[in-house]
Design a binder for this molecule. Structure first.
Ligand code: ADP
Ligand code: MG
Ligand code: ZN
Length: 501
């Protein structure tokens, strides 16, 4: 057991220090084949079935660059507003680890394919922070080790380790930010928002399936603190194993409070990698960090340099989709949303669902109302994502149509939606089976109105005498009698008609 780290109260951290962040995001490209060989690039599979002499690093094998991966790298660079290198090379990053059979990783070092870009990131309250990108470079993924026999699944305490090279050589793009300064107490939120924005961008580019849970999107969070009067950055730690967006925020926050306690106690922060523990939100010491010199980088002699023509780069620029930040602006204008409405729409993750509901015939504000309010609450109480609810945009659109035609009141509509969510079938079937249609047949309503008037002769007199507000009581009784399935406005008209007011 390692000792529990001392932590400083977050408000005190902010008062005494300025955090500096650096985010390194690795994204696995969704190419058909690996980076330097023709093996399939597929998640999972029987161990060691997607391998060949090249990705196993056998003597005499030679790599060939995957053109589609280069194309993906350039498109990512362009989407991140980077310059694209006229000419660049791969480099060998030399180190030994069993999951990397060549004993070096083919990567890029001082000649990345894309550099000097930025990504505008929107925080929860709508504030936009520009995160500067230092570089996006191409490399290959390593294999996977499985440590067997220990309690933690880590190498310490394991009896033996198994290796699966299916992932070895999968194309990776590493996207590195410049140091992010000036975010103060919002640093953890900025970190999460950046990775979220990057994920959305990569998804829009269709270059990766960006699954943090499966490792196709991975984030390492560098964090350091500067005392308020300091002029140089402090020593950073690099936290790995951050497997969800929420964890990015938690890991940064934890490191800030831990480093602050170390510094305030007169200690120094060790430059090292740290591991994030999902279970308790803490980080623990990994290995002390190698410096670049330790890797003995040198240009890869087995691969030709990459010199993308300007024509090709411009052609790829033409394939960029609408960027998420522009999409936000367009949706806000098209659907006439306030900043707050826009924020709720995105924070609930309802955009696509609302769009599909609109495509199925609903008006944007109606569709938005259902997904952002009622259905979001239903998703929350069931602890599932909005998109996982057992109702489709077409079904929501149908419910909205039933309201607009007067066949359902809002209250009845909510019941219908609950029925659909509960697996009772299509909206129309739920209406039928639960008998939820609005009673629009005037004769049925009139019978109920007459009954209510007869039961309350004094009120009937008042209405007759001109006190039309008194009709509320009668309307209420009729609604009760019809189990809320009447249109209250129509009932009121009938009451007034009946007493001749
Ligand atoms: P490494 O090879 O150690 O992973 P990289 O250059 O790939 O180094 O990434 C380091 C990341 O940390 C970059 O995002 C960089 O901007 C950031 N960074 C550098 N110095 C600091 C610091 N003192 N505090 C926080 N982040 C830093
Ligand atoms: Mg790095
Ligand atoms: Zn291979």
């Amino acid at each position: 057991m390692t000792a529990v780290a001392e932590l400083m109260d977050y408000a005190d951290v902010i008062e005494r220090f300025d955090p500096v962040l650096g985010l390194e995001v690795h994204v696995e490209l969704n190419t058909n084949t690996k980076m330097f060989c023709g093996c399939p690039n597929q998640f999972g599979g029987e161990p060691n079935t997607h391998v060949c002499p090249t990705c196993l690093g056998l003597p005499g094998s030679l790599p060939v660059v995957n053109g589609k991966a280069v194309e993906g790298a350039i498109r990512i660079g362009l989407a991140l507003n980077c310059e694209i290198a006229q000419w660049c090379r791969f480099a060998r990053k030399n180190y030994f680890y069993p999951d990397m059979p060549k004993n070096f990783q083919t990567s890029q070092y001082d000649e990345p394919i894309a550099f000097n870009g930025y990504l505008d990131v929107t925080l929860d309250d709508g504030e936009v922070v520009r995160v500067e990108i230092e570089r996006a470079h191409m490399e290959e993924d390593t294999g996977k080790s499985l440590h067997v026999g220990g309690a933690t699944g880590r190498i310490h305490g394991a009896e033996h380790s198994l290796l699966d090279y299916n992932r070895a050589g999968v194309p990776l793009i590493e996207i590195v930010t410049k140091p992010i300064t000036g975010t103060g107490e919002r640093a953890p939120e900025v970190a999460r928002a950046y990775v979220t924005a990057l994920r959305d961008l990569l998804r829009a580019l269709n270059v990766s399936d960006v699954r943090m849970d499966q490792g196709s999107l991975r984030c390492d969070a560098n964090v350091s603190l500067m005392a308020k009067d300091a002029s140089e950055f402090g020593t950073r730690t690099e936290t790995k194993n951050v497997n969800s967006l929420r964890s990015v925020e938690r890991a940064v926050r934890y490191e800030m409070t831990r480093q602050a306690a170390v510094l305030a106690g007169g200690g120094t922060v060790t430059q090292e990698t740290r591991h994030f523990q999902e279970a308790d939100g803490t980080t623990s010491s990994g290995r002390t960090k190698e410096t670049a010199e330790d890797y003995r980088y040198f240009p890869e002699p087995d691969l030709v340099p990459i010199a993308p023509s300007r024509e090709w780069v411009e052609e790829l620029r033409g394939t960029l989709p609408e960027m998420p930040s522009e999409r936000r602006k367009r949706i806000q204008a098209e659907w006439e949303l306030s900043d707050e409405e826009l924020r709720d729409l995105f924070n609930t993750g309802a955009v696509e669902l609302v769009q599909s509901t609109v495509d199925a015939g609903a008006k944007p504000d109606e569709a938005r109302g259902w997904w952002v309010n009622f259905l979001s609450q239903e998703a929350n109480s069931r602890e599932v994502e909005l998109a996982e609810l057992a109702i489709t945009p077409a079904q929501v659109a149908r419910v909205i149509a039933l309201i607009n035609s007067g066949e359902l009141t809002n209250k009845l509509a909510r019941e219908v939606v609950r029925g659909v969510l509960g697996g009772e079938g299509e909206p129309d079937e739920v209406v039928e089976q639960r008998g939820l249609k609005v009673v629009s047949d005037d004769s049925a309503l009139l019978a109920a109105v007459d009954e209510a008037l007869a039961a309350n002769p004094d009120i009937a007199d008042k209405i007759r005498g001109g006190k039309v507000q008194a009709a509320g009581k009668i309307v209420g009784d009729v609604m009760k009698a019809t189990k809320g399935q009447a249109d209250a406005k129509r009932v009121r008209e009938l009451v007034l008609e009946r007493v001749g007011a």
